[in-house]
Design a protein around this ligand. Structure first.
Ligand code: AMP
Length: 172
């Protein structure tokens, strides 16, 4: 097995000018299609975890967070775009590298004080992760970490996550 950083860098494809001019989209589908790489990434994200719930952010966050939750012996909680969750929710709005959005979590997704890891594919400006942390806190749980496959350091998303040190498998 090649070094994990090298594997991730090789298998995340840059798609220039998607979804709009000037954005270089980090496409994780080649990595997901490679069993050894996908499995190594899930192992790395789950390593040493001691949490009650793993939160995935719609949609690519789901693909990573659900197997991490299973591997870590934790439950999985989805944070979804507005209007998709059926029961009572908390919502938070935020700005994206390209556009803006509202995300939601079920009000009863966590027991009070549960330990939570938030997982997404890419940390860009940090707006999404910050809103996710806010939602988990409002729902009465405690965020112990934010983990991503790839951090785009030039967008300084890390600086927007006060009090939570994000962990990235690869920083570019
Ligand atoms: P941000 O809120 O700016 O940190 O953006 C992070 C969210 O948007 C994540 O859910 C990513 O999936 C997505 N995202 C932002 N920028 C990119 C990018 N350049 N390539 C792939 N996904 C991105």
């Amino acid at each position: 097995m090649r070094d994990l950083t090298e594997l991730i860098l090789d298998l995340i494809r840059d798609v220039p000018d998607y979804p709009k001019p000037g954005i270089v989209f980090k496409d994780i589908t080649p990595l997901l299609a490679d069993h050894a790489a996908f499995s190594a990434v899930i192992d790395a994200l789950a390593e040493g975890l001691d949490v009650d719930k793993v939160v995935g952010i719609e949609a690519r966050g789901f693909i990573l967070a659900a197997p991490v939750a299973l591997r870590a012996g934790a439950g999985f909680v989805p944070i979804r775009k507005k209007g998709k969750l059926p029961a009572a929710t908390f919502d938070a709005s935020y700005d994206l590298e390209y556009g803006s959005a509202v995300i939601e979590v079920h009000r009863d997704a966590f027991a009070p004080g549960e330990r939570v890891l938030v997982v997404d594919d890419v940390l860009a400006t940090g707006g999404t992760a910050r809103a996710a942390v806010e939602l988990v806190n409002r729902a009465g749980a405690h965020v112990v970490g934010v983990s991503v496959l790839m951090e785009l350091a030039f967008l300084k998303g890390r600086e927007r996550l006060d009090g939570v040190e994000p962990r990235a498998l690869v920083v570019v």
